[in-house]
Design a protein around this ligand. Sequence first.
Ligand SMILES: Cc1cc2nc3c(=O)[nH]c(=O)nc-3n(C[C@H](O)[C@H](O)[C@H](O)COP(=O)(O)OP(=O)(O)OC[C@H]3O[C@@H](n4cnc5c(N)ncnc54)[C@H](O)[C@@H]3O)c2cc1C
Length: 420
Amino acid sequence: MMLKRQGIMLILALLATFIGLHFAFAPKAHDPRTTGTTMLGGVAFLLITSSVVLSTRLAVFEEWFGGLDRMYQVHKVAGVVALIFVLVHFFGVPKELPAGTDPALNPLVPSAPLGMIALALLVIGLALTLNRRISYNRWRPTHRVMGLVYVLIVGHFMTAPAIFFERFSASGVLLIVAAVIGVIAYLYSIFGMNRATGKRYQIETVNALERATEIVLKPIGDAITHKPGQFAFIELQGKGWREPHPFTISSEPGAERLKFTIKVLGDWTRKVREELSAGGEVIVRGPYGRFDMSKGGDKQIWLAGGIGLTPFLSSVRAMEKGDSRQIHLVYAAREEKDAVFLEELKHRANQLGNVTLVPLFSQDGNFARVDIMKTKLPDPLSTYDYFLCGPKPMVEGLVHDLRNQGVNRSQIHTEAFEFR
Ligand SMILES: Cc1cc2nc3c(=O)[nH]c(=O)nc-3n(C[C@H](O)[C@H](O)[C@H](O)COP(=O)(O)OP(=O)(O)OC[C@H]3O[C@@H](n4cnc5c(N)ncnc54)[C@H](O)[C@@H]3O)c2cc1C
């Protein structure tokens, strides 16, 4: 799915409202430097609040931003931009009270220390986030500190002397409302979110595939209802399985069993391949995502890079005969034995009639490249809608090349198998 403009526009409108109010109704006591630098601090705070609100994973935000993976991208960018504003605020804001102000009426303590601790933690937190050498499971606990950073920032401006932060000015009230919403969102993401979204399943079967594992789950109570292309977080219960991991649901909607296909990529997925057995319990949280092939036109290219097949697998399994779309499913893998479910796909393509399977094996010199795809497709590239799923560098490269071939960005939909 593409990043939708709706959510971004909402954040920009919020920032514009704040900036307008801040300049239009600035307290008389503010000099221009104070107004300007506190404006930057306020904008940073609203960006961080947006980030906190997005981490609640509420479905309404998925609708506005185009899916949970896009929400996490916005969450990250908002954090980075906020840090830039915070730094300018920190270096620019006057450190001294203007002459004649009674220090007893405007105690600087604890606003300044709270702000400085928050800034230091924010810098460390973002440096850890952007450092790709730190593995996901080591990074994740460090990111929890961001909730504390948020509370420190609220403390920073709420205890600021009135000469810097006028609580009941128009922009001050807006920041207080944002702080209340942000703190509620933070508490919800810690205490409420997991309770609201988890469903219990039992592992019925574990099937070993080539460098991957298929797990088949049977609901213990209510089952989740999903659309093809959606994903869920799975939490294997029992010692040593640690954090939840996101996987696309590869079974079709309405099927009695929920299936995930898990490629070995790191420690956790290797442990699944080597140690997981039937009988254990799993909490499944979801569904999430808006990678929705039903929103494309009559002629579609589905491009799967390796395990990026999973959203298409669910769609092909769900598709009924007579579907009016003409679909080319380009399945790129290193070699035939790596292309999991190839036989099932061939069989379904024969049954359905509207799906043409185009396997590309890099071992034979057939790469998932636009020039190679061009030779395998009957019509010009710009006449199709594209759904791309696979490793990030491959997806980004394809988007770039398709754009160069005159394909409109609105015709290209992607699923990033990566949040951070
Ligand atoms: C929306 C989405 C759908 C996905 N669907 C599938 C699928 O159907 N099949 C499949 O095989 N893989 C899928 N993945 C990728 C899968 O989540 C990772 O391969 C897996 O979590 C790696 O864990 P690891 O500890 O074995 O590897 P690591 O080496 O620790 O991680 C490899 C990469 O996976 C990501 N990752 C690791 N742990 C987590 C986590 N707890 N939460 C979020 N991301 C994490 C990080 O970006 C990391 O760089 C999907 C990812 C996303 C975001």
